[in-house]
Structure formats: structure tokens, C-alpha cells
Design a protein around this ligand. Structure first.
Ligand code: DX5
Ligand code: ZN
Length: 219
């Protein structure tokens, strides 16, 4: 299995001090998970293009952008210009995501697909070969600080089986309720990228929190 990577989720950081929060963990993490919510696809609004653009010069981290929006592809070009490296969209929004993947790549973006807790892996299975990232949601998207839904574990196992048996290279990401305990379960089930918001940015010592997550997912 590929080495484990840890992406803190910006959603749990102090929005008045984003650059400082990111700088604190920059050297110990592998990328930054950037949650964009539109108030339609999910019942919450987070932040948008101008926040991403302003943060971009403050960090060299990979910007993994999770788009909880009804029409994200309309903004791909702008997400690229704002400094995003990858866009991950929901299969519930694009039941046939192949043209969406092509559009993202035309704009120089990596492309990921994700699915809500009730959506079966079968919905994304035909498209795993065209994605750079397959994100299994372990909470209902919209809010940080929720509890991990264990039904995500068999979904991770299934996706890992598909990726490995077909020799694919997609990242297998888990997002929602990640703590050292749930990260360890998710690692055993096949995840290689661990997104954690509350467990990192709400910790008394975010650097120590990343170390705790890392030791939980070490093979
Ligand atoms: C939820 C977001 C997550 C969120 C995770 O809608 O997609 O990325 O930030 O937060 P925690 O780690 O607190 O569950
Ligand atoms: Zn997310």
C-alpha cells in the first residue's frame, strides 16, 4: 500500500489566522484539504476563491480542494487560477463524471471523485480508472467535528481492492471524524490519505496531533 499521507482540513482552522495556522503544520503534513461549501449541496457555507487565492502565496503545500457544490465545474478555471492543485467533486452531482474530469485536466487540475455516506461504491466504480483521488466520506459533508461513520470501512476495502487489482494509481482518501483511532481503522481498510480537521487544528498542539495521527497509520 502507498505510504500514508496526512492532509489537515482548513475548515477547522481559525479563519482570522489561516496563514499562521497553516504555517504551524506545514513542515509535518503532506498537503492541505480545502473544503468549499456553497450552501446548496450542503447546508453550510465555508469560503471561496478569494480566500484560497490569498492563502496560496503563504504555503507550498498541495491544495486538495473538496468541492461541496452543485456546479463546481463552472469554476474550475478560477480554482486553478486561485492556486488549487486538485478538485474533488461529488458523484451525486456528476453521475457521469468523465467530461468533468476532462474539463478539470484541461485547466491543469488533478481530478478526484467522492461519495456521500449513503452512496454505494458501485456508483463510482466505473470511473476509478479516470481519477487521481477517490475520497470516501466518513461523515455527511457540511460540518467538521462529526463522528466517524464505520460504514466507510467496507467501502475503503472495496475501493482498495479495485485499485490494487486493476493496477490503478488513484489515492484513496478518507475524510470525516478522523482521529488516531479511526485513522488506524481506515489505514487497515486501505486508505492512504487521511484528512483531519478538528483532530489537528482544534488540538492544543497541532504538530503533536499530526504526529499522533502519523504513528496511528504507520505500517
Ligand atoms: C466535512 C468536510 C471535512 C471536514 C472534516 O464536510 O468535508 O473535510 O473538515 O472535519 P473533521 O476532521 O473535524 O471531521
Ligand atoms: Zn472535506
Amino acid at each position: 500500500m502507498p505510504a500514508a499521507r496526512i492532509y489537515p482540513s482548513l475548515l477547522a482552522a481559525d479563519f482570522a489566522h489561516l496563514a499562521d495556522s497553516v504555517a504551524l503544520v506545514e513542515d509535518v503534513v503532506d498537503g492541505l484539504h480545502v473544503d468549499v461549501m456553497d450552501g446548496h449541496f450542503v447546508p453550510n457555507i465555508s469560503f471561496g476563491l478569494s480566500v484560497i487565492e490569498d492563502l496560496r502565496p503563504h504555503t507550498r503545500l498541495f491544495f486538495d480542494t473538496h468541492l461541496m457544490m452543485n456546479n463546481p465545474d463552472f469554476y474550475f478555471e478560477q480554482f486553478k487560477k486561485a492556486g488549487c492543485d486538485m478538485v474533488t467533486v461529488h458523484i451525486e452531482v456528476y453521475p457521469d463524471p468523465v467530461p468533468t474530469a476532462e474539463k478539470a485536466r484541461r485547466h491543469g487540475l488533478k481530478f478526484g471523485l467522492t461519495l456521500n455516506p449513503p452512496t454505494p461504491v458501485a456508483a463510482v466504480e466505473p470511473f476509478i480508472e479516470v481519477v487521481d483521488n477517490l475520497l470516501i466520506m466518513s461523515v455527511y459533508p457540511g460540518f467538521g467535528g462529526q463522528e466517524f461513520i464505520p460504514d466507510a470501512l467496507p467501502k475503503l476495502e472495496r475501493v482498495r481492492e479495485i485499485v490494487d487489482s486493476q493496477g490503478l494509481s488513484a489515492d484513496i482518501q478518507i475524510d470525516g471524524g478522523i482521529t488516531p483511532q479511526t485513522a488506524s481503522l481506515a489505514r487497515k481498510a486501505g486508505a492512504d490519505v487521511f484528512v483531519a480537521g478538528t483532530a489537528i487544528f482544534q488540538a492544543a498542539d497541532p504538530v503533536e496531533a499530526v504526529a499522533a495521527l502519523r504513528s496511528a497509520v504507520e505500517d
